[in-house]
Ligand binder design. Sequence first.
Ligand SMILES: [Zn+2]
Length: 232
Amino acid sequence: MPEKKVNKAVVCPMCGELSKAVVYTSVNATVSKSQRKKILDGSLFAWKCPSCGYSARLTYPILYNDMTNRFMIYLIPKIDRFQICDKKLEEKYRNLCNINKRVVADFNAFKEKIFIFESGLDDMAVELTKAVIGQTVAQKLEGAEVQAGFLSMYDRESNTMGFTYFTGEKMTPYVQTARLEIYGKSKEIVEQFAVKDKKLDGFIKIDAEWADNILYRYKRARKIEKLNKIKQ
Ligand SMILES: [Zn+2]
């Protein structure tokens, strides 16, 4: 799929002047390395008002396509649905299987997914690991609220993975590393409890909410298992 550009009307939030901006609705990372870079540093979304010079980051839906690493990420700002089925897209890629298709609601999650899939990791297992490590961080910080977390480091050689969490009212960043064994265990849980999700059509949202749900099912299954052992 080649990249796609469209003209978009933008009203400057500062001076109210109406102008046009060229935005990408689709980007192919395999074809264009520079587009990939511009997405990751945010410059692809940068906009400057020709009238007053005010600059802002535009938010609009964009589809990111990486056929080498076999993934597609659909950034749809503020989307709150778990699954997006785009019939046209499905038709187009019918012959391609085993492509990870994800939908994300914000720019940080968008960048994180690219990092995860480029590193050859399973994003479902990463989300579970992040949720479990997040609980440890919450305990360490004695009740400070642990908000969104993102995978920020992955090093196979040193057997570690690092997450950056935003904590407390001021959203102070807190970095916590974890050994890859936890990720390995998370992968086992995914294989056991997320088989259905792996087979879903369309773009799905794999995030903290999804991870909490899987962990809940995992814990419930363990409880039942224990109870059954006692009965025997
Ligand atoms: Zn302006």
